[in-house]
Design a protein around this ligand. Structure first.
Ligand SMILES: [Cu+2]
Length: 251
């Protein structure tokens, strides 16, 4: 092969890699399998009092109707929001045999209506975060990790934002990192930190979808703050969609 031909080959290879890198996850092994399903509860949540926001006039005005703690929410058909569904291991290994670069987009946490939005989320270890205060009141966001560095700062004014670079966020896998507000004790969020992007949080109808899984055998895990965790063995093949509905028992 002459030099020119070799250079063209290298260029094509580089361009292909650059295109693949557009997903920001190209270095980790991605596949074409999907696992999806519904998470529901085996029973009713233990009753909890509505959140008392009377200590902060802004919070009270923002929530004229009583607000239930998010962990107690359940849809009429028994399905659950705020369940974190993730691949815990592949054939007993946590790293899935590949290194996954975090996505370029930050995980955004908004302090809005004196609640965290989102209440439950996942991120790839080392992903950046953006903390926003859209409320006209003071919030103090405080993370309580056990395997990562903590952050703890105030955002006293509406419209404040803070970008946390990778070194300031969570670099080690940890399910879950609890986040709370030191001003409003009811404000609570949970972040699942994983070494890969194969996770989802249930929303309407308790539905989750995990896409782009490489073919293989995995331990699928479900976490919910109110209900007992569960792990299920699954096997996925290229291009296939596996459906798994999971019912969580009382803790
Ligand atoms: Cu607060």
């Amino acid at each position: 092969m002459n030099n020119r031909c070799w250079n063209t080959t290298s260029l094509v290879a580089s361009l292909t890699l650059a295109l693949l890198a557009g997903s920001a996850l190209a270095d980790g092994k991605m596949g074409t399998a999907t696992v999806k399903g519904k998470i529901s509860a085996d029973g009713k949540p233990t009753p909890g009092a509505p959140i008392a926001m009377g200590a902060d006039k802004f919070c009270l005005a923002a929530n004229p109707k009583p607000v239930s703690p998010q962990g107690k929410l359940i849809f009429a058909d028994g399905t659950l929001p705020y369940a974190f569904v993730y691949i815990k291991s592949a054939d007993g290994k946590l790293d899935l045999g590949s290194k996954y670069t975090p996505p370029a987009e930050a995980l955004e946490i908004d302090q809005s209506g004196c609640m965290y939005k989102p209440h439950v989320a996942g991120m790839v270890a080392g992903q950046t975060m953006k903390i926003v205060n859209t409320d006209d009141t003071n919030h103090n966001i405080h993370s309580l990790p056990t395997k990562n560095k903590s952050f703890n700062f105030s955002q006293p004014k509406k419209g404040m934002t803070k970008d946390l670079v990778s070194a300031e966020t969570f670099n080690n896998p940890e399910v879950m990192v609890h986040i709370k507000c030191d001003v409003h004790p009811w404000m609570s969020a949970y972040i699942g930190v994983l070494p890969h992007p194969f996770f989802d949080t249930t929303k309407k109808g308790g539905e989750f979808t995990i896409k782009n899984l490489p073919a293989g055998k995995y331990k699928l895990a479900v976490w919910h703050e109110e209900w007992a965790p569960q792990e299920i063995d699954i096997e996925v093949k290229d291009g296939e969609t596996v459906e798994k509905d999971v019912k969580l028992a009382k803790k």
